[in-house]
Design a protein around this ligand. Structure first.
Ligand SMILES: Cc1cc2nc3c(=O)[nH]c(=O)nc-3n(C[C@H](O)[C@H](O)[C@H](O)COP(=O)(O)OP(=O)(O)OC[C@H]3O[C@@H](n4cnc5c(N)ncnc54)[C@H](O)[C@@H]3O)c2cc1C
Length: 396
């Protein structure tokens, strides 16, 4: 199936796909299934190739429009939208380089990975976080070395939180060189296949929500990875890349959490509207008005930040805006959740109503990077003129 390229058609496709996966969300949330069916539907929809350049067979979306599509999906099934974003976290950096001539090894790598997505319908995951260290690149404990015959890298370590565990075909794993010091910033990314020898997954984390992200620990025990699967064919560039262009790593999720906030508002309105006595009450109308104002402010900021990344990717202003958008969405979701609780009462705490799940899901925005304090620190540093292109300026 060829993906449409106009934003309008892609939003309609996302809405249709969202309607197909929405009925799956409750059972997965309750732990009655592993949530993989939603990813099968997403594969089938073609939405894995949203960011792949048009000349390579994808939709060629910029970051701003990608966030819009993700928000549409997130309003139907937040966990699946977050899982889909993990795929795009690792595709995004490649897509950003579209149209740029790269060294031969990087060209070959890019062509292979994009083809795997478009023709192979392969799902990619991002394995960065480690226990006690969050998603910080510096001081990574997962290590790599070159094999004695120089044909492979050998990876060993444990990743704490890996979304799409068992659902994805490939895992893009961050690792530091074996000979680097404890706090090394020389981090590289490697594409590890699900069936590479030495790869195993633990059981999915028991969390208060987002079971549908299928998030589990991943162990790499002397995993041999062919040299051709070194991300973009170059070692030690990951920290440099995230310092210059942090939007994928720290704010990809923002669109999905905006979608969860949209759903909170929509379900609250539906609940209130079902009762004319409540819907006609000026007090209830004011409460809905406050929710609407908060949601519109977050949506406007997310759109402006995303469009700025599309227009001037990696500028200090674009980087500051994505931190601001991530922070504000993380604040607004839980506020709307409280408003929904106040307005809908028992409906908002009943497992039979989607609001109950959405209220739990909205809290997770602040757990995923960048954390709220990190967003604020970045914005404060930008305000006082700290050079944020210097990797030492900020604890990545
Ligand atoms: C549903 C879900 C899916 C996920 N999927 C993925 C995935 O696919 N891939 C992936 O790589 N990761 C994933 N993660 C991990 C996520 O990105 C976070 O990094 C992870 O949750 C670890 O963060 P933490 O809550 O343990 O926070 P920590 O990093 O421990 O932070 C907790 C608090 O401590 C503060 N803190 C941390 N260090 C210090 C310090 N030195 N001094 C002072 N304060 C400090 C932080 O600012 C924060 O307020 C996922 C997480 C969840 C919940």
């Amino acid at each position: 199936m060829t993906l449409p390229t106009s934003l309008d058609s892609l939003l309609k496709l996302a809405a249709r796909t969202g309607e197909r996966i929405a009925p799956l969300a409750a059972a997965t949330d309750a732990g009655r299934d592993d949530g993989h069916e939603a990813y099968r539907v997403l594969r089938e929809s073609g939405l894995l190739a949203l960011l792949v350049p048009r000349e390579a067979g994808g939709a060629g979306l910029g970051f701003g429009d990608y966030w819009r599509v993700l928000a549409e999906l997130g309003s139907h099934h937040g966990a699946a939208a977050l899982g889909l974003n993990m795929h795009h976290v690792v595709i995004g950096a490649l897509a950003d380089a579209a149209g740029t001539r790269l060294p031969p090894a990087a060209e070959t790598f890019r062509a292979w990975m994009l083809d795997e997505v478009v023709r192979g319908r392969k799902l990619f995951a991002s394995a960065t976080s480690e226990a006690g260290r969050g998603a910080k690149l510096r001081g990574m404990r997962t290590r790599y070395r070159l094999s004695d015959d120089g044909t492979h890298y050998i990876l060993s370590g444990t990743k704490h939180f890996v979304s799409l565990a068992g659902a994805a075909d490939y895992y893009v794993v961050a690792a530091a060189a074996d000979n680097g010091d404890e706090n090394t910033g020389e981090v590289s990314h490697f594409v590890v296949a699900a069936d590479d020898p030495g790869v195993s997954f633990g059981t999915a984390h028991h969390m208060s929500a987002l079971y549908g992200t299928s998030t589990a620990p991943m162990t790499l025990d002397e995993v041999p990875v062919p040299r051709s699967r070194l991300y973009l064919g170059v070692e030690g560039m990951s920290l440099f890349k995230v310092v210059r262009e942090p939007h994928w790593m720290i704010a990809g999720y923002t669109g999905a959490y905006l979608g969860i906030a949209e759903a909170l508002f929509r379900h609250t309105v539906d609940h209130v509207t079902a009762s004319p006595a409540r819907a006609d009450s000026p007090v209830v109308q004011q409460e809905l008005g406050r929710m609407s104002a908060r949601l519109r402010a977050a949506r406007a900021l997310v759109h402006e930040a995303g469009d700025l990344v599309t227009a001037e990717r990696g500028s200090l202003e674009a980087n500051a805006m994505v931190h601001a958008a991530k922070y504000v969405v993380g604040e607004v979701g839980p506020r709307l959740a409280q408003d929904a609780l106040r307005l809908c009462g028992s409906a908002a705490v009943s497992r039979s109503h989607p609001l109950e799940r959405l209220i739990r899901e909205a809290q997770f925005a602040h757990v995923m990077p960048a954390k709220p304090q990190e967003c604020l620190e970045y914005l404060g540093k930008a305000a006082v003129g700290v050079n944020l292109y210097d990797a030492r300026a900020f604890a990545w």
